[in-house]
Design a protein around this ligand. Structure first.
Ligand code: MN3
Length: 388
């Protein structure tokens, strides 16, 4: 008997994760059916994708692009909507089995909550959702019985290492390449050109996550993501710099055993694993050749050179809405860096300053999270205007 196809909604289909997910899905049409594609403003690519994958509906968030998309897809009988609320309505619909959350930043929160409440399996690529509201999201997922399957390569690695394990985890070993500034001096890094920061040595990713990788804030966000996904204490998650990006993370158990997941760096592996879980399916990735690799190296991260990682640890220890404040400030700072308004070294300063000025809430509700994000965003923008 044929297994029924898994019906997928991709939120953020024109981004780096979204396009790679469609690559995987295009290779396994016997397994997957696209129900919904959404994009922020890349109407051209969204139209192309919709014509190729024939989803039931698409959402273009930017209202100015609605007419263009609607006109282009009318002959294909694909429904076209605009605005975040329509994403929330569609993901709750009965046709969707799984929602891949691949949009960038805090904007992923609302649709993720809608999908969880709709009982849809989440393939989580939007780490900012857990950074901003990890406690709320994970307890909602428990309440609605919704599985959250990680797409981020490190968390997918940990998730894969845990399959079939029922033992207590002693420690998570979260690996990171160290980014483009691993071997740069602090002065070089402080004044680095945007192009240098955007040139990641191992992974091809979107601009936001690439800048986060250069500052190691990405590892900080992933530390927080790991805490919520695997219910760990911050002190039991260790960040290890591993420049080759062959080991994607590891789990240490109480008998001293460490299990790791290895592959050449290719985001399609964790994306596909999340979509096809619990089974693995074929993928044409470059296979590991150990006699070519010869050595894998590991370092302790330098949190003085990369203050963002220390900021993230502290925010996680502090708890409450601290990580939400940090995330909002980071989004503003990264955007400002990408617009050439600040230096690379200003990013952690803007985050720290925003954190010291924002209202701390020990047990935030979801409304508190939205207002925290707004307040921290306003404060960070104000710091930018007055001090830079
Ligand atoms: Mn990652």
């Amino acid at each position: 008997m044929e297994t029924p196809k898994r019906h997928i909604a991709i939120l953020g289909s024109t981004g780096s994760i979204g396009t790679q997910a469609l690559d995987v899905i295009g290779r396994h049409k016997e397994l997957f059916e696209i129900e919904l594609l959404t994009a922020n403003c890349n109407s051209k690519l969204l139209i192309e994708q919709a014509i190729r994958f024939q989803p039931n509906s698409v959402v273009i968030c930017n209202r100015d692009k609605y007419d263009e998309v609607s006109k282009a897809l009318e002959p294909h009988y694909i429904k076209v909507f605009t605005g975040t609320d329509s994403i929330c309505d569609i993901v709750k619909g009965s046709n969707v089995d799984m929602v891949l959350t691949a949009m960038v930043g805090f904007s992923g929160l609302k649709p993720t909550i809608a999908a969880i409440k709709g009982g849809k399996a989440i393939a989580l690529a939007n780490k900012e959702t857990l950074v901003a509201a990890g406690s709320i999201i994970t307890s909602l997922a428990r309440e609605y019985g919704t599985p959250i399957i990680p797409v981020d390569s490190e968390h997918s690695a940990i998730f894969q290492c845990l399959q079939g394990e029922h033992s207590t985890i002693e420690k998570l070993l979260l690996t990171g390449s160290g980014g483009p500034f691993l071997h740069s001096s602090r002065e070089e890094m402080a004044n680095a050109a945007k192009e240098t920061a955007l040139n990641h040595p191992r992974w091809k990713m979107g601009a936001k996550v690439t800048i986060d990788s250069a500052s190691l804030m990405n590892k900080g966000l992933e530390l927080i993501e790991a805490k919520w996904l695997f219910n760990m204490e911050p002190k039991d998650i260790e960040v290890i710099i591993h420049p080759q990006s062959i080991i994607h993370s590891m789990v240490q158990f109480s008998d001293g055993t460490v299990i790791a997941q290895l592959s050449n760096p290719d985001m399609r592996i964790p994306i596909q694993y999340a979509l096809s879980y619990p089974v693995r399916v074929d993928l044409n990735t470059k296979r590991l050749n150990f006699s070519e690799i010869r050595e894998l190296t590991f370092f302790t991260p330098d949190t003085e050179k990369f203050p963002c990682l220390a900021i993230a640890y502290n925010a996680l220890e502090r708890g409450g809405n601290a990580t939400c404040i940090m995330n909002a400030a980071n989004e503003v700072a990264v955007q400002a860096f990408l617009e050439d308004k600040i230096r690379f070294a200003d990013i952690p300063d803007i985050i720290s300053e925003t954190m010291s000025r924002s209202t701390f809430i020990k047990k935030p509700s979801i409304e508190d999270i939205y207002s925290t994000n707004f307040e921290a965003n306003t404060i960070a923008v104000n710091i930018l205007k007055t001090q830079y």
